[in-house]
Design a binder for this molecule. Structure first.
Ligand SMILES: O=P(O)(O)OC[C@H]1O[C@](O)(COP(=O)(O)O)[C@@H](O)[C@@H]1O
Ligand SMILES: [Mn+2]
Length: 651
């Protein structure tokens, strides 16, 4: 028997017939449990509060459960109250105290409702999985409560007494908090983040903390994540870019307080070199916070200083890596510094700001010695910083360029294509990569950049390419026109155009989506592609559902900076045992607002897919693996029965 060796290894774990039988029975039972719910979010862009809210509410899954369980017994307002108690238990109870205190009956009712919801959301998991998820301090009692059947007359007094005692010994609030957390984590089993955690918004560090503590998350890297991963590894152009974006949106707090990055060297340099700045161009876009004028002035100067450093470093890199084919972005050598113009394709354009005190026109990409010092200090800050290191390690360990999960294909941006619908190829050291191979090539380079950051191969440079290169699946545009958007005038906006990869047209067609699914070895008739990256302008009538339902774009722009463009505040997707549902969200205003709303979130939901027969674990990727395990365990059982392998009993 070819597999005998494997069976003998397996026998160490299941040494006799009772042991192997128990495992077979257990696994076969698990295969028949309902598939648990997956939750897909994307393009979080530092918007920690909105993100946390989507996570807490499981994009409507919890309110939906409340509706199901209490359909007729609670009013809509009571249902919303219960929902907010689950989302924000501490704040809600604090408020009730402030409004005159909480009577014991309130606790009893709240506990009773929450136990019922907990029973419902945990019912699809095995006892052992539920047990492992329970908070240690109350595990035994909660487990008892979860297993009392509704209306069981024999247990009524027993349950009553447990709840009463919890209240009497002053533990009701702790129980409510524990049950809320339990409901939130059971409502969704698997979280997928389709990229772009960083940039534009104020608190990516807070989002990272939440993700690091989540029970089951995977990440498909976005261009803004790669930017930060490269910066944390010390890639200088990416460091400059990360800081430029933070300054553009006026977010220094998370850098300094969250990540402990010392911005003083840049501030000192900027104040002494950039007295004359076109502040219309470089003043921070203040999205969330009020800043005082002095702060704004310093940020404006720092913003320009780091932008110039970025363009110099990028120029050096483009020259060093001709294979990136990025010459078009060599702007600094096209400037006439005397006249204050730039010459592009034979045409002259006036610069919006022509003060370049640190540029030597003869050698425009060379950093001045002070700039050199600043970027080295920043690099030191980025590389020697435990908090950032831990976050980036998490991104490398839990992220991918793409992921295949339960028949679907998840990636942030695009699969680069040519106009005629074939996959584009990138040539590296004589080898060509396209389609799935192109994704795998980049995935490999990214991992090498992390495991070997100081290698002579400079894998890190590829992270910069992934941020803004033409064939980057994370970027998906012909070029990035940042320099031109800063330095040329608005009426020349044809210069600002960032032409999207042909993929974005092609994905409207079903046969292209099917071709991509097949390229990745997925079933084109049943699989879906799930993308983020490009905000869907619902306002203009754009639909997030493409390719006759084969592809979903769920970037509706949680990012406050993009609300105006999209007209909504983001899409999320949930995929349960009965349906795949696309939810469009109203703008998240604040936690305070969410706490006081007495109506439910007005989200519109579209069912993208409904299963005639509810899906079971057997239908999922994990189920398929378990099915394989069962096959081997059955062989082991036969081997014991036939005496091919000897059973062992302890003692
Ligand atoms: O609106 P901003 O912050 O200036 O950023 C614009 C830049 O962001 C990009 O859209 C990339 O970011 P996204 O991945 O969020 O789209 C670039 O193509 C563009 O140059
Ligand atoms: Mn993106």
């Amino acid at each position: 028997m070819k597999d005998l060796k494997y069976l003998q290894l397996l026998a160490d774990q299941f040494p006799n017939i009772p042991a192997v039988s128990t495992e077979i029975i257990n696994l076969k039972a698990i295969l028949n449990l309902p598939k648990s719910t997956e939750h897909f979010l994307t393009d979080l862009h530092g918007e920690a509060e909105a993100f946390k809210y989507m996570l807490k509410t499981a994009s409507g899954v919890i309110e939906y459960k409340i509706d199901q369980i209490f359909s007729d017994s609670l009013t809509d307002t009571e249902k919303r109250e219960l929902a907010t108690l689950i989302f924000y238990p501490k704040s809600k109870m604090k408020e009730l105290h402030a409004r005159g205190g909480i009577p014991p009956e309130w606790y009893k009712e709240a506990l009773d409702y929450m136990v019922r919801i907990s029973q419902e959301v945990s019912s699809i998991y095995t006892r052992s999985k539920v047990r492992k998820a329970l908070p240690e301090e109350f595990a035994y009692i909660i487990e008892e409560l979860l297993h009392i059947k509704k209306g069981d007359p024999n247990k009524k007094d027993y349950k009553d007494q447990i709840l009463t005692t919890i209240i009497e010994i002053d533990q009701a609030e702790n129980f409510i908090i524990s049950l809320s957390e339990l409901i939130q984590s059971f409502a969704v089993d698997k979280l997928h983040i389709i990229g772009d955690i960083f940039d534009r918004g104020p608190a990516p560090d807070v989002i990272m903390n939440v993700l690091k503590n989540h029970h089951n998350v995977d990440i498909q890297w976005g261009n803004h994540d790669i930017l930060w991963m490269g910066a944390a590894l010390g890639q200088k152009s990416l460091i400059a870019t990360a800081l430029r974006i933070a300054l553009r949106y006026g977010n220094l707090e998370f850098l300094e307080e969250g990540y402990g990055i010392n911005m003083r060297p840049l501030a000192r340099f900027a104040m002494s070199n950039y007295q004359k700045v076109n502040s219309e161009i470089f003043k921070p876009k203040l999205i969330e916070r009020e800043l005082d004028q002095d702060e704004i002035n310093i940020m404006t100067q720092m913003h320009k200083a780091i932008a110039v450093i970025q363009f110099k470093l990028e120029g050096q890199l483009i020259k060093k890596r001709p294979e990136f084919k990025m010459n078009e972005a060599l702007y600094l050598e096209k400037i006439d510094y005397q006249k204050g113009i730039i010459v592009l394709n034979g045409k002259e354009y006036k610069l919006t700001d022509s003060d370049f005190p640190t540029i030597d026109p003869q050698d425009p990409y060379r950093l001045s010695s002070w700039e050199e010092e600043v970027i080295e200090q920043l690099r030191y800050s980025f590389r020697n910083n435990d908090r950032l290191k831990a976050d980036i390690r998490f991104l490398f360990n839990n992220g991918n360029m793409y992921r295949k999960y339960n028949g679907n294909l998840l990636f942030h941006g695009c699969l680069p294509m040519n106009e005629e619908g074939s996959f584009s190829a990138i040539e590296v050291e004589g080898k060509k990569y396209s389609g799935k191979n192109l994704m795998d090539f980049f995935d490999d380079v990214i991992r090498r950049s992390y495991s070997n950051p100081d290698s002579n191969h400079n894998f890190k440079d590829w992270l910069w390419y992934l941020w803004r290169g033409e064939l980057s699946p994370l970027f998906g545009k012909e070029k990035m026109t940042t320099f031109l958007r800063y330095f040329t005038e608005e009426d020349k906006s044809e210069l600002y155009l960032e032409k999207k990869n042909p993929y974005y047209q092609a994905r409207e067609k079903e046969y292209i989506c099917k071709k991509i699914l097949a390229e990745f070895g997925l079933n084109p008739e049943t699989g879906h592609i799930i993308n983020g990256h490009t905000p869907v302008a619902e306002k203009k009538g754009e639909s997030p559902i493409k390719g006759n339902g084969r592809l979903l774009v769920i970037d509706g722009g949680i990012s406050a900076a993009y609300h105006e463009k999209t007209g909504i505040a983001g899409y999320t997707l949930t995929y349960s045992n009965t349906k795949m549902r696309l939810i469009s969200h109203e703008p998240f205003i604040s936690k305070k607002n969410a706490l006081h709303k007495d109506s439910r979130d007005t989200i519109s939901a579209t069912d993208v897919l409904r299963f005639e027969k509810p899906q079971k674990i057997a239908d999922t990727d994990i189920g398929k693996k378990l099915g394989e395990d069962v096959k081997y365990l059955m062989q082991l059982l036969t081997a014991y029965q036939d005496g091919i392998i000897k059973e062992k009993y302890p003692g």
